[in-house]
Design a protein around this ligand. Structure first.
Ligand code: IP8
Length: 272
């Protein structure tokens, strides 16, 4: 059995987070090349991607992370009049981002198999309901791809946001032979001791465990999920299983490749 790596492409890395629904094709293509190199080296890779400007902006306006808010008086948008409509628009936006990614991988001759969470997962958080082993049964034949999405919930909230950071936990736990989990993020080299604007290269935390505090940035103006803090927490859950967990700067393709291959690389290693 080949070793398997779960990689999360952060939404802030693969999109322009300030501009509604704008992919960063240059980064997506460079990350796709890394995927090909990893497969050529004999790894199985499962890809999880975030939403960036394809999901967070509209989900934020319509407070989709809080579920159905029947009595709240939302400001309507030209192309969207209700939370229910926003759910289906955000799902479609995610399918569009996903298509950009699949096309880029297919252009390199790679097989892709998309697993849209709204079709197979229920409820939010890393203990969401969904049969990982069944849904991802073809992970040894194709690059299985999933992503943060709006999913149905069984309680009165009716729907909610399942983050890619939650999906990676369950994939790492349940898919046999996952050796490594890599978070490729945008703009920073890993977890920093201070917010990025005031940090210098000495502020990179090379090894992080949950007892170490840091002033993570979480752009609450834009993000409906948890930013770097959620990655760190979820990463520690995975590290507990003896799986190597790294947070690295995804703008450097060689770092992404080295991280996937288990070669020493600049970034933050998470230990339980
Ligand atoms: O960027 C968020 O997923 P994440 C998904 O992986 C949506 O946290 C639709 C906002």
């Amino acid at each position: 059995m080949r070793d398997c790596v779960v990689i999360k492409w952060g939404g802030g890395l693969i999109t322009d987070k300030e501009k509604m629904c704008t992919p960063n094709m240059q980064i997506i293509e460079s990350l796709s090349n890394v995927m090909k190199r990893c497969m050529d080296e004999g790894l199985n890779v499962i890809l999880v991607h975030g939403a960036g400007s394809f999901g967070h902006l509209r989900a934020k306006h319509w407070r989709l992370n809080e579920g159905l808010l029947e009595s709240y008086n939302f400001e309507q948008q030209d192309d969207c009049k209700s939370q229910k409509e926003a759910v289906s628009i955000v799902r479609n936006e995610m399918l569009t981002l996903n298509k950009n990614i699949c096309d880029s991988l297919k252009n390199l001759g790679l097989n892709t198999s998309v697993k849209s969470p709204h079709k197979w997962a229920r409820n939010t958080g890393s203990n969401f309901d969904g049969n990982i082993l069944e849904v991802f049964s073809d992970y040894q034949d194709s690059i299985c791809i999933t992503y943060g999405d709006v999913v149905d919930c069984e309680d009165e909230s009716s729907f909610g946001i399942l983050s890619g950071d939650d999906l990676v936990v369950r994939l790492s736990e349940e898919i046999p032979n996952v050796r490594r989990l890599v978070f490729a993020i945008g703009g920073v080299d890993g977890i920093l001791k201070k917010p990025p604007e005031s940090a210098n290269e000495d502020d990179l935390i090379e090894v992080w465990s949950p007892d170490l505090k840091f002033e993570g940035i979480h752009n609450t103006e834009i993000d409906v999920t948890g930013g770097i803090g959620l990655k760190a927490t979820r990463g520690a859950e995975v590290a507990m299983l003896g799986i190597e967990v790294l947070i690295i700067n995804g703008s450097y393709p060689q770092r992404v490749f080295d991280a996937c291959m288990g070669i020493e690389v600049l970034g933050t290693k998470i230990i339980a």
